[in-house]
Each structure stands twice: as C-alpha cells, then as structure tokens.
Design a protein around this ligand. Structure first.
Ligand code: SF4
Ligand SMILES: [Zn+2]
Ligand SMILES: [Zn+2]
Length: 324
C-alpha cells in the first residue's frame, strides 16, 4: 500500500489538481486533488458521516481508541484539529497496553512522542494493572495448560471491556478509526461466516440506549478508504510506525481485503457494500434485538449472567495462582 501511494505521488505530480494549479497527490476515480484540496475532501467525507449519523453532540467529551496504527492516530489528529468546529469539549486518546513485547512497547513509545509533538492528550490503560497479567503471560499460560485459545480472542474481549470501563466513567463518546474498507470487509466476513448477530450489532454508531453502562461508539471515518487515511497520515507527517502484532492472524480477512482491492472501482465497490448493508441493518437489529443483562461481577452489559471479560479474568487468575 505505502509503496503504491508513493509511486502514485510521483506519477500524479505531473497532473494538476482539478480545483487549482497545484500538482495532484490523489485521484479518487473522478477528480484530482492537491494537498490542500485533498485535506478539504477528507474533511468533507468525515463530517458527512459525523453529521449523517449524529455521532457527536455539542459539549461531548470524546475518547479516541488509539492503537498506534495510521487510522486511529489520524482520527485522534483529525478530531483534535476540528474539536472547536465540532463543538467538542475535549478529545483524548485512549491506548491499551496489552503487554506484547517488541510490538506494543514500540507503538506506545511512538504514541507518547506523537502526543508531545502535536500537543495531544493520551491515557494508557494496562492489562497488567487492570487484569493482573500481560497478554504475553496469558499466552504462556494458555500454552502450558493447553487451553487452545488464540491471543486475539481474549485480547479483543479485554480491550473492548477496558475501553468501555474507562470511557463510560470519563467520556460521552468513544470514537474508533474503522474505515470504509474495514467496514465493507466486516460485512462480507460476517455474511460469509453466517454471523448475522454480529452483522446486526455493527454500523457507524453503536452502544446507544441499550444499557446505561455501554458507551456510545462512533466511526467518523466510515466513508473514508484505507488509502485515504494513509495519505492523510503522510500529508500531516504523522510518521506512524508500520509494525504488526506478532499474534496477528486473520488470513480470511486478508484474503477478503485483497480480493476487494483487486476489483475495479475500489471506492465505489466498498461504498456499495456499505450502502446495501445500511439499507437492511435496521431490520436486522429489530430481529436480533436481544435483551442486554448486567454482569453480576463488573456491572457492565452482557447477554449472559457473567460477561465474557469477567469469565476470562477468573480463568486467568486461577491459572496464575496454580502456576505460582
Ligand atoms: S493482533 Fe490480536 S493479539 Fe495482536 S493486538 Fe490485535 S487482537 Fe491483540
Ligand atoms: Zn488544489
Ligand atoms: Zn463482567
């Protein structure tokens, strides 16, 4: 992706922007954009999603879930830059330190420097402090006791739980950096795996009204492609480290992503998938409107008596004691 973008920069530099005389850096399939007009185009797409789906209200305190990747870092930069125009009270990055050696330490160091340089606020929440073990330690235990879980399973559960737990206490909204490609891939994956309940739970805004301990979650980059967020991060010199988690798998998602990229009119194709999805999402939500209960241990929303995060926490704590 990065190499293609730089090759495109080189080729497009010989073409003029469709709105002014400056050299183009981006072509969306219809028009050419110089740096300034690309930033305007990018802002219009983000504001379109924000307004259309009522993502924010005046005076909102917004937490941005930041992983250190280009999408979440670009989102934190973008919302901080447009905070006054969006009438937000504050914008803070929430980073989770899962405790993954050689990966999370690198991205957290980057985030700390990035925050200092751009005058942004970051709060780091650690697995070790909140759950008692790092993800690496959990992985060692699951291997030792043959639990057969892949780290992404419990990592995702704990991350969502901690983000919700912290955000609900201090903020009104939690924003995530999911882009158009991520969302279209998720729709295709859920359809392919017949995961209709997850399909019903998705969309640009989730977590409203159903439980008072469930933070409202929004995706301001819902209409923006992965390529566009990458260009945004390059143009704004965000210097995001391109490093992958050692536990990353998800071959099927990568296969779907590559397949969609190979098709013609990539933006149009992703937009069509999302449009179609949004046209039947309300019906799906009504059909799968399962009652949310309150977890007996942590008090957070769940469909069971005890939420998945608490069940996993208990399992890991027991294993930790057994292992002492
Ligand atoms: S790839 Fe898996 S283990 Fe790594 S950060 Fe993502 S969810 Fe966690
Ligand atoms: Zn221009
Ligand atoms: Zn719980």
């Amino acid at each position: 992706m990065l190499l293609t973008i730089f090759i495109n920069f080189y080729i497009l530099a010989k073409v003029k922007c469709s709105y002014c005389d400056k050299p183009a850096i981006y072509y969306d399939g219809k028009k050419y954009y110089c740096k300034e007009h690309f930033l305007e185009y990018f802002k219009n797409l983000a504001f379109k999603a924000i307004k259309e789906f009522n993502m924010f209200s005046p005076g909102d305190r917004v937490a941005v879930a930041v992983s250190g990747g280009k999408d979440s870092v670009s989102l934190l930069h973008f919302l901080t830059k447009h905070k006054d125009e969006l009438e937000l009270k504050e914008v803070v990055g929430l980073a989770i330190d899962e405790g993954i050696k050689g990966y999370r330490d690198v991205t957290l160091n980057y985030l700390k420097d990035f925050a200092k340089k751009h005058n942004l606020k970051i709060k780091i929440i650690s697995f070790k402090e909140e759950i008692g073990l790092t993800l690496d330690e959990m992985f060692e235990l699951t291997k030792k006791y043959n639990l057969g879980y892949w780290p992404c399973t419990y990592c995702g559960v704990f991350r969502r739980w901690l983000l919700n737990k912290y955000a609900i206490e201090h903020f009104d909204v939690l924003a995530t950096g999911h882009n158009l490609n991520d969302e279209a891939q998720t729709v295709i994956l859920n359809l392919a795996e017949h995961n209709i309940k997850d399909l019903a739970k998705g969309g640009p805004v989730t977590g409203i009204k159903r439980h008072n301990k469930f933070i409202k979650r929004v995706k301001p980059f819902y209409y923006i492609t992965e390529k566009e967020t990458t260009i945004y991060s390059i143009v704004n010199k965000l210097n995001v480290p391109y490093i992958e988690c050692p536990y990353a798998r998800g071959a099927f998602r990568i296969y779907v992503r590559d397949l969609l990229y190979k098709m013609e009119h990539v933006r149009e194709l992703h937009e069509n998938i999302i449009k179609k999805y949004l046209s039947f999402r309300d019906k799906l939500q009504k059909r799968y409107n399962f009652e949310l209960k309150t977890c007996k241990i942590c008090g957070f929303p769940t469909t069971r008596e005890i939420c998945q995060a608490c069940q996993l926490r208990l399992t890991f704590q027991k294993l930790k004691e057994k292992n002492l």
